[in-house]
Design a protein around this ligand. Structure first.
Ligand code: M6R
Length: 609
């Protein structure tokens, strides 16, 4: 939901800002803009559409200047347009904003009564005008920012320039991400680390309501009360290569291929002497023992990983688990308290609804454990304990490797909880741990289905609608396969529990509506074959995804994708079966000429509710 960047230093800021925005564009791409101190004063350049529109507008001769801010927008208030694009300026103030000012109408009314005139429909311009109003009173940036924050309700990360403070960036945040990148003779601000990896891996986290003042030689952080605070820098272990396409046509395709490595990186630190051990994460056994229930809360793909988690924990540890959509959970007055463990799952660690659900669970006294990919993100900081997944930066809007590592984390957690709960003896636990260790190789082997998936994608790409069916774990996978397909290819699809199809939905099946049947659980295979036959009998084209060695009768499926024969236990089939589902979605979207990495209307990190 919008990306912001700022630079002050020795380089030409326009280059740095445009490069940073390119890396942030996955956060929104309705418009882009930059503002910088040029030899002839503070200048703003902005354009509706992708960053390329702004670049085309700027042409070869970029404006000169060594300090500036930039923004890539996912529109909330005000349609995508040149006027509504950030930066927004008022008097001495020019700023970029990620978030939503909830009381903007109220503040705008006050400003209108004071005779102020607005040019855009955005909430952000209200912040610029309010801040300018405050600034005119004292001409002290920090004081003016603090006064403005008192009036604002909502979420924000702001990058601010004051016209009479050239070379200095000001920044502040609440509920939206913001970091300060520390270079040599240059410093930056950004929504996330991927925007600034070319320049530095060292960064400062900015806490809620803190104000950062950034100059080329130093970066200062001030508490909400205006006192300077000392902050230890963090170091990102992601390198710039991880945030580049590296010869792939799309990030999504690269990230699918990165899964074995991401899984290895996530699993191996948690295995110690043949045991699952979360001591590196400071998640002690007592924290994972003795609760009444487990509640998993997340959005989208992360929630789908949670569905697998529920299945695994209930199967292995026999503890009741619920999976909750974060945006529903937070308004449902959930029955949660000190006897419950709430597991929050998020790649970005910044999803607004997930963060709000975490805060709700904490306020009710629940134990909170976050599974997060982005180090130092809000969810990671606010949860009682964190298990980091090590997928590296995930740039494509469609989540792939993050899903796999979240799922892998649930295997580890389910097994540990089951051992602590006395539901598994040492022998059973060791046998499962051996299988966990094989996950990266299994996924590597599953990637070999790519050529077949490409062929099958050609059979499916012209469909108007498509169904995914599965039972048990395979139903959870169907949900994720369907989401992946529709979000990037715009081909409408639905996921159905295979047994539920004949309770209404089968009436939609025709020879124009193909069905992908995930049938990787031997215990459910016979039932799945019946369901596939039911579809075939109605003229549907069936693609089956199943384990090696299964006998799928000709009258049940038109195409069959066999998973690698390394899958020895059906409980571990999901991590193999998700790969062809991701590949099919990717190939269909490519064949349909879609912008795979940046699907329309979407943004990677949903920091608004
Ligand atoms: O960053 P998060 O994991 O909290 O994001 C949650 C969802 O927005 C996300 O999983 C989304 O559904 C995927 N990008 C879809 O591929």
């Amino acid at each position: 939901m919008c990306g912001i960047i700022g630079y002050t230093g020795k380089l030409q800021a326009a280059n740095v800002l445009l490069e940073g925005l390119c890396n942030l564009e996955y956060r929104g791409y309705d418009s882009a803009g930059i503002a910088l101190f040029t030899p002839s004063g503070l200048k703003t350049y902005k354009a509706q559409g992708r960053l390329s529109q702004l670049e085309a507008m700027l042409g070869e001769n970029l404006p000169e200047g060594q300090c500036g801010i930039g923004h890539t927008r996912w529109a909330t208030h005000g349609a995508p347009s040149d006027i509504n694009a950030h930066p927004h300026a008022s008097g001495s103030v020019t700023l970029v904003h990620n978030g939503i000012l909830e009381n903007y109408m109220e503040l705008k009314d006050i400003l209108l009564k004071q005779g102020r005139i607005f040019v855009s429909q955005t909430d952000t311009e209200v912040i610029a005008q309010w801040l300018d109003e405050e600034y005119q009173k004292t001409r002290e940036p920090i004081k003016a920012i603090r006064q403005t924050l008192k009036a604002m309700k909502g979420a924000y990360a702001l990058g601010i320039l004051f016209a009479d403070h050239p070379g200095v960036l000001y920044a502040v945040r609440k509920d939206s991400p913001l970091i300060v990148g520390l270079g040599k003779g240059e410093n930056l601000i950004a929504s996330d680390i991927t925007a600034i990896l070319t320049y530095t891996r060292d960064y400062l986290l900015v806490e809620e309501h803190e104000i950062a003042v950034i100059m080329p030689e130093r970066a200062e952080i001030y508490s909400p009360e205006g006192k300077q605070v000392n902050r230890e820098p963090c170091r990102a272990d992601w390198d710039i290569g991880a945030a580049q396409k590296g010869g792939y046509a799309h990030f999504m395709r690269k990230e699918i291929d990165e899964q074995p490595h991401a899984l290895e990186a996530t699993i191996s630190p948690r295995l110690n002497n043949g045991q699952i051990d979360f001591s590196v994460d400071h998640v002690e056994d007592a924290f994972l023992s003795n609760f009444r229930s487990i509640q998993i809360v997340a959005c989208g793909t992360a929630m789908h990983a949670g569905m697998i988690g529920k299945h695994l924990i209930e199967f292995l540890a026999r503890i009741p688990v619920s999976v909750n959509i974060a945006s529903e959970y937070r308004y449902s007055n959930p029955i949660v308290g000190k006897d419950d463990l709430v597991i929050i799952v998020s790649q970005s660690g910044e999803t607004a609804d997930t963060l709000a659900a975490l805060r709700l669970a904490k306020s009710r006294g629940a134990r909170t454990l976050a599974i997060v990919n982005v180090v130092g993100s809000s969810i990671a900081r606010e949860a009682e304990r964190v298990l980091y997944t090590y997928a590296g930066p995930e740039i494509a809007v469609a989540s792939t490797k993050a899903y796999s590592v979240q799922t892998a984390m649930f295997y580890l957690l389910a097994l540990r909880i089951a051992c602590l709960n006395g539901k598994l003896d040492t022998g059973e636990s060791s046998s499962y741990i051996e299988k966990i260790q094989e996950i990266p190789q299994i996924v590597e082997a599953s990637l070999k289905t790519a050529p077949l998936c490409k062929k099958i994608a050609a059979d499916l790409a012209d469909a108007a609608d498509l169904f995914y069916i599965g039972r048990g774990l395979d139903y959870c996978l169907s949900m994720e396969g369907s989401l992946k397909l529709k979000e990037i290819s715009y081909l409408h699809s639905e996921a159905y529990a295979a047994g539920e199809l004949k309770h209404g939905t089968i009436s939609l099946i025709t020879d124009k509506v193909p069905v992908i049947a995930v049938a990787a659980q031997s215990s459910l295979l016979e039932k799945m074959i019946s369901n596939m036959r039911e579809v075939k009998a109605r003229g549907g084209f069936v693609v089956a995804i199943c384990q090696a060695g299964y006998n799928i009768p000709e009258d049940a499926a038109d195409r069959v994708i066999y998973l690698p024969d390394l899958v020895k236990d059906e409980l571990f089939a999901p991590l193999a079966a998700i790969v062809p589902l991701q590949l099919i979605a990717y190939e269909i979207a490519s064949l349909r000429g879609c912008d795979v990495d940046k699907p329309r209307n979407l943004a990677k990190s949903v920091t608004v509710e």
